[in-house]
Design a protein around this ligand. Structure first.
Ligand code: ZN
Length: 160
């Protein structure tokens, strides 16, 4: 069965950055299950998988625009440390959630100087070209429930 919108797809994958460093992989885990056409995975990967069948292997390099987007300096902001609910717990490099105009967003603390904290709300992989090795493991029709939810449910029933 070919991959098309509305299919529940299982893939094995390894993701590397430009330097060949492995950022993420399904190796040693269950394959990644996603609902094709629902935006569960980045656009460049979803587009490349369309029409593929189980056993197909792909190696692709996905530019930022088709991945997690370009870095946006407008998403870097500096705030006063004392405004945090628990300022003593804030550390360099830590991931936190912040209330932004667009809603709650994940951010990373990238600098702490003079009672001020600089937060980066860009996705950690924004601006990066992503190198994927992917193998299609399984393709089947998604259930009506999965299509209604916009994601694939686990092998052991509804888990949420
Ligand atoms: Zn669900």
């Amino acid at each position: 069965m070919e991959i098309s919108d509305g299919k529940a797809v299982h893939i094995d994958y390894t993701l590397r950055n430009d330097k060949g460093y492995v950022l993420d992989s399904s190796e040693g885990r269950e394959p990644l299950a996603y609902l094709h056409g629902a935006g569960n995975i980045i656009p460049g990967l979803e587009a490349a998988l369309t029409g593929k069948v189980p056993g197909d292997k792909l190696s692709l390099s996905i530019p930022p625009a088709e991945g997690y987007g370009e870095r946006d300096d407008g998403l870097v902001t500096t705030v006063v440390l004392a405004l945090f609910p628990e300022p003593e717990k804030v550390q360099l490099g830590m991931g936190i959630r912040v209330q932004a105009e667009q809603g709650v967003r994940p951010a990373t603390v990238i600098a702490m100087v003079g009672g001020k904290v600089t937060l980066d709300m860009n996705h950690a992989l924004a601006g990066q070209t992503l190198h994927f090795d992917v193998e299609v493991m399984d393709v089947k029709d998604a259930s009506e429930e999965e299509q209604a939810h916009g994601h694939v449910h686990g092998a052991h029933g509804h888990a949420h």
